[in-house]
Design a protein around this ligand. Structure first.
Ligand SMILES: NC(=O)c1ccc[n+]([C@@H]2O[C@H](COP(=O)([O-])OP(=O)(O)OC[C@H]3O[C@@H](n4cnc5c(N)ncnc54)[C@H](O)[C@@H]3O)[C@@H](O)[C@H]2O)c1
Length: 444
């Protein structure tokens, strides 16, 4: 350790220890906003940065743009000056620790879209100063922190581990999870140098348990392993669901029975397909990188194929169910229940509900939707439905030829839905406790 490294490190460690370090968070979305609240609750002054003026204005007005996040703690902190939110990125120089939570989506060609990260790296480089810690939290392929951030930040006399510190710590936030949050989810941390690891670990140690690993690559691949594990296991139960339906066996009963094994089995549940900003996307970051090593990630590919095929399976089941009621899909009135990618959240990114609605419309069905969490369908890169959520009433359900449960929101009264509907296609086992009326409920 040279003298410069030791001085910058000791000064930053001392600021973190005394909660005097200012934490800057770039990207105030599903990940960044809860993180900002959490560091604030732990006594740090936080400055949140976002390019979206609308979001910053809403926060200043005390309004939330993420339904499950309580505004109380945010408003209190903004009022007493412990949390500032801004679009002025010059203020990044005020932050001692900068945490990057910007999107890492895929392009239309299923390749990593690192444009947000590139922009952020450039912005940070413009105000980078001695004694700053930069941590990438966005999910990405192994190598990104050192190949992109390090390359972009190491300009002039700024040397990593001496003047500034750089680390990767994957975000494991699970929106809407009432049990696990930033305070009790352990943080895996990998640094570019031993000093970087020490400083980043000290920061996260002040909010939760830290799991230090030997490199940024290990930390990056850890996150992708976690999400690939889920994608592969969901694909497995999705495939088995299709087979079990043919065999007349209830796959949910099978999974619940298997879950009683006290070791060696983790239950995963089938559904209408994968959604959200993580599981359908992250594994493909690794597949893309693997090509550099002439390596094909076959599990990821196969899981992707099965999960992507699930909306088509749901449509097949809808056609079959309508057929039994002597109806065709063309011209049938279909009510889609739930477009959020999982229950009780307002995030519809990559939702299978979208692909199912598109397929229904293409086949000539008349489609409406209800989602208590998503009042309007926003235009996305792929879809433009221009629809609003319509209220569920007994009359509406009677008028529909079929209702398809895509998302099992807790707010739904499944008994009432089944009672008033002509036909219910259930992709989530949401009606398992409702008394079966012959031919009325179809699992899909
Ligand atoms: N949502 C999750 O459940 C979750 C969980 C774990 C990890 N992640 C990962 O965390 C990262 C962020 O995901 P998210 O769900 O919070 O995304 P998000 O879209 O909800 O939020 C990202 C925010 O970044 C802002 N932004 C975009 N470009 C910016 C820039 N150049 N500078 C500043 N702000 C910018 C956007 O306006 C947006 O508010 C992704 O890599 C994602 O894979 C997400």
């Amino acid at each position: 350790m040279n003298k410069e490294e030791s001085m910058a490190k000791v000064a930053l460690l001392s600021k973190i220890d005394k909660r005097e370090a200012v934490v800057g968070i770039i990207g105030l979305g599903y990940v960044g906003l809860p993180l900002a609240i959490h560091f604030g609750q732990e006594g740090f002054k936080v400055i949140g940065f976002d390019v979206d003026v609308r979001k910053i204005d809403m926060l200043h007005r005390g309004e939330s743009y993420i339904k499950h996040i309580q505004m109380g703690p945010i408003n209190d902190r903004i009022k007493n000056g412990h949390l500032e939110v801004t679009v002025d990125f010059k203020r990044l120089k005020e932050a001692d620790c900068i945490l990057i939570c910007v999107p890492t989506p895929l392009t239309d060609k299923m390749e990593p879209d690192l444009s947000y990260l590139l922009d952020t790296t450039k912005t940070i480089s413009e105000t980078l100063r001695d004694g700053q810690l930069i941590v990438l939290e966005s999910t990405t392929y192994p190598g990104t922190t050192e190949e992109m951030l390090l390359q972009g930040l190491e300009i002039g006399n700024m040397k990593v581990g001496q003047n500034y510190f750089l680390a990767f710590s994957p975000e494991r936030e699970d929106p809407g999870n009432g049990k696990f949050n930033a305070a009790n989810i352990p943080k895996v941390v990998g640094g570019v140098t031993a000093g970087c690891l020490e400083v980043a670990s000290a920061l996260y140690d002040s909010i939760t348990q830290v799991v230090p690993v030997s490199s940024t690559g290990v930390a990056e691949l850890t996150k992708i392993l976690e999400n690939t594990f889920r994608s592969v296991n969901i694909a497995l139960v999705n495939e088995l669901k299709v087979l079990a339906n043919k065999m007349g066996i209830d796959i949910f009963e099978v999974i619940n029975a298997a879950a009683t094994k006290p070791f060696g089995y983790t239950p995963f549940y089938p559904g209408p397909g994968l959604g959200g900003h993580c599981i359908p996307i992250d594994p493909f970051y690794l597949s893309w990188k693997a090509r550099e090593f002439d390596f094909a990630t076959r599990f990821i590919q196969l899981a992707g194929e099965i999960n992507v095929s699930m909306p088509y399976y749901v449509i097949e089941r809808v056609i079959e169910a309508l057929n039994q009621h002597e109806k065709s899909l063309k011209g049938s009135k279909i009510l889609v229940l739930g477009v959020a990618y999982k229950k009780d959240i307002d995030d519809e990114r990559e939702s299978p509900g979208y692909s199912i609605m598109k397929l229904l419309l293409e086949k000539g069905a008349i489609v409406d939707y209800n989602d208590p969490w998503i009042p309007v369908l926003k235009q996305t890169r792929k879809y433009n439905f221009q629809k609003k959520s319509i209220p569920i009433t007994p009359d509406l359900l009677k008028e529909m030829d079929a209702a398809i449960i895509i998302t099992d929101h807790s707010a739904y009264d499944y008994a009432e839905i089944v009672k008033h509907s002509n036909l219910v296609i259930d992709t989530r086992n949401a009606t398992s406790k409702i008394e079966r009326v012959d031919g009325k409920i179809f699992s899909a």
